[in-house]
Write a protein of this length. Structure first.
Lengths: 273, 273
DNA sequence: GTTGACTCTGACACGGTGTCAGCGTCGACC
DNA sequence: GGTCGACGCTGACACCGTGTCAGAGTCAAC
């Protein structure tokens, strides 16, 4: 009979954990002195301890380990548990690999520039959103060409919505497409709406697809948005993504008079390189 | 001013976490209604929220993120934090990769054999240990050759220790070396001792080096140990290690009369392939 | 019998996040 | 101005594996 300390050092486990394994019924000692409460283990229990350690080291939870060791899972369930665990590990490896390259990108940044960006990029899963929209065509994807085309669309859109008795249920946003004839850019001005997509005569209702997007918050007027777009472009390059179309612009805060106070989320759709 | 719910959905964060970020001072709301306690955020705070998310996604703790965003770390400290994080991630990637291949090995096993081993192998860092030892030479590393050479060494060893007034302070163990002349195997019988290595005339005191070893618990007499050694060999093959010498045998439980009850830990030294 | 090493229980901590209960507040509609 | 539903508040508990601590009890060796 071994005391808990001896058993712990033989098994290279902490005494604390042996007590824990006892308390959850995973590895009860072979005997417990009813008077003192002292736990006593046998050398033969090292076998079970080893099995516990081996299974735990796969990343299974102690509850799972207990179920397996107590034959409470059949082969099918066991295979299911292992496959699930394999999938979890694969996911985590991918995530950690991405994290590692992000950390390395930051380190490169502070080595070369002596500081870190104060504007950060976040990868988001942007859900699909239902919007009412008006569109027009601009000569190019350039602030100077787009502003004059896009800006007047909103008053008109809101006017038509009000006339139709529809209340906007989300923020205003803009997105862009290549024109069908390849000449210029289609500029869409939209605003989120809730509920049914009852198309009204002169307002198009569309559902923007969910996208994976690199996003950043742009502060100030939209004619300086290219600075934020460059931040996004650089991030994408450093993290091995590819752009997948034009950026959506989500107007979180908008003052017609004081554009400096404007806050816009730029969402640049991306896909894996 | 945005309510916490609006701010949360804009930032794609849960309301719960925004409250948490407030409570740890990471992202206090721009205003709090003193009457109702309602938190109100400004759109401009999305910038800070984005920075929080970006840094948190590197795997930094929220306390670290707060320190960074509040400019409480200088560039040197920041670099240190990122390097530490990089090292942690590298370590974790290695560990998870190993875990993944272990899980896959188990899956292969249940696919081909319809069950899992009931004898598990555990990789251990075995610390160095100070032992008193006697040795002899056997014709080969084979149970039939070793047993008769090894067994008599122990009574003699204990006799000499007692004569020298030394009390063994650890378990009995055996280990093996290639003989210098290449003929046969040097068989060492040892027992752990505590304290000083005062060498006694007729007992050698040596310090066995720390090793990384694949270990398993062998039950029963040592002439069936080759079964357990095969388990170890197979594990090593499946996990891409190489053996690094003969296995140590650590006699956890030993009955001269009833060898069936014997419990031995086999420690096979390994190194990376 | 003394003493020092060991063991016992029960508790708290870590960290990021979900969830719940019980209650207060806001705003829209009637 | 009342009602109601959606939303917000606080505080608590839970997860999971492990370390650590306090205060008390036990064992074994001298």
């Amino acid at each position: 009979m071994l005391t808990i300390g001896d058993f712990a050092s033989l098994g290279r486990v902490s005494v604390r954990m042996l007590r824990h394994y006892d308390s959850i019924g995973l590895l009860p000692p072979a005997a417990v002195d009813p008077h003192s409460g002292y736990r006593y283990y046998t050398a033969a229990q090292l076998g079970r301890l080893n099995r516990v350690i081996a299974l735990k080291d796969l990343g299974l939870t102690l509850v799972q380990v207990r179920a397996i060791l107590d034959d409470a899972v059949d082969l099918v369930e066991l295979r299911g548990m292992l496959r699930l665990r394999r999938a979890q590990l694969a996911t985590q490896l991918a995530a950690d690999t991405a994290r590692l390259s992000s950390v390395e990108a930051r380190l490169r940044m502070i080595e070369t520039e002596g500081r870190m960006t104060s504007q950060d990029v976040v990868l988001k899963q942007v859900p699909s959103i239902r919007v009412a929209e008006l569109s027009a065509v601009a000569r190019s994807y350039d602030a100077a060409d787009i502003g004059p085309v896009l800006t007047p669309l909103y008053p008109e859109l809101f006017r038509r919505l009000e006339a139709a008795g529809i209340t906007p249920g989300g923020p205003a946003l803009a997105w862009y497409d290549q024109a069908a004839d390849g000449e210029g850019v289609v500029v869409h001005a939209g605003v989120g709406i809730e509920g049914d997509p009852e198309t009204v005569r002169d307002i198009a209702m569309v559902e923007l697809p969910a996208i994976t997007a690199a996003t950043t918050i742009h502060h100030g007027p939209m004619d300086t948005a290219d600075r934020s777009l460059q931040v996004l472009a650089r991030w994408i390059e450093e993290h091995d993504w590819r752009t997948d179309g034009y950026a959506r612009e989500l107007y979180v805060e908008y003052w017609p008079e004081e554009a400096d106070k404007g806050v816009t989320e730029l969402q640049l759709p991306v896909r894996r390189a």
